[in-house]
Design a protein around this ligand. Structure first.
Ligand code: CA
Length: 238
């Protein structure tokens, strides 16, 4: 028998619940629904889902609180689905341990792609593993060689500087997922670097000039305005 991944939908808007349930069931996921934060906490502990789709605006308490409590005992993937367009909420959710977010209204293919990415990463990367990655990452004509510390486009060395390589390597480790500006800055320049996105923007502009055919129409590194960057998902799982 086929094993179906279980996804808990935490959402109080019945039309969104109906939409999510229809999309997920049509794609062979098992679902349950919690309409309040309290119901969510009960089902997270009792039903043990593989993943959570979490609305931030719940009637009893904020979705961020659900996320914070969940992260104290579980690293299961959390995809935040929110009508909120405030960048601050997205950044807070990501920094609180959400794996990704999607903004309403969303298309079913976008939703399913985010779910697949989150589940795959969760299986591929042991929780809490911040160790060095080895091997090759490929997406389109872009190749990151983690062993040689080189990046190639169409087989030609892109000549990235050390920090440019480290930024791209970090995005590659979480390809398909948005990584916040702060998370990248902490990873590359350390926790004492003042929270200034300018140095990151300058580095990113240089990386794009080297790897994108048209930096204004990026194919590899996408900007999530006010939040961070997302590298295109890899072609292979290696
Ligand atoms: Ca809501």
């Amino acid at each position: 028998m086929e094993i179906k991944d279980r996804i808990l939908i935490v959402e109080d808007d019945q039309s969104i619940i109906n939409l999510l349930t229809a999309i997920l069931k049509a794609n062979s996921y098992q679902t349950m629904t919690a309409k309040t934060g309290a119901e969510a906490e009960t089902l997270l502990a009792s039903w043990c889902p593989d993943m959570v789709i979490l609305d931030l605006g719940l009637p009893d308490f904020d979705g961020i609180t659900v996320l914070k409590n969940l992260r104290s005992w579980s690293s299961m993937p959390v995809l935040v689905v929110s009508a909120r367009t405030h960048e601050r909420d997205k950044v807070e959710a990501l920094d609180m341990g959400a794996d990704d977010y999607i903004t309403k209204p969303f298309g079913s293919s976008e939703l399913l792609a985010r779910i697949r990415t989150a589940l795959r990463h969760h299986r591929a990367v042991p929780s809490g593993d911040a160790g060095a990655q080895s091997g090759i990452f490929r997406t389109g004509a872009l190749t990151i060689d983690y062993n040689k510390h080189r990046v190639y486009v169409d087989g030609i060395d892109a000549n990235l500087t050390l920090n440019e390589f480290r930024i791209l390597a970090f995005l590659g480790k979480y390809a398909g997922r948005v990584i916040t500006y702060d998370a990248i800055i902490r990873e590359i320049w350390g926790p004492n670097m003042k929270n200034d996105n300018r140095i990151l923007r300058v580095n990113m502009a240089n990386i794009r000039r080297k790897i994108e055919a048209d930096p204004t129409q990026p194919r590899y590194i996408f900007t999530e305005i006010g939040v961070g960057y997302r590298l295109a998902d890899g072609d292979t799982a290696s």
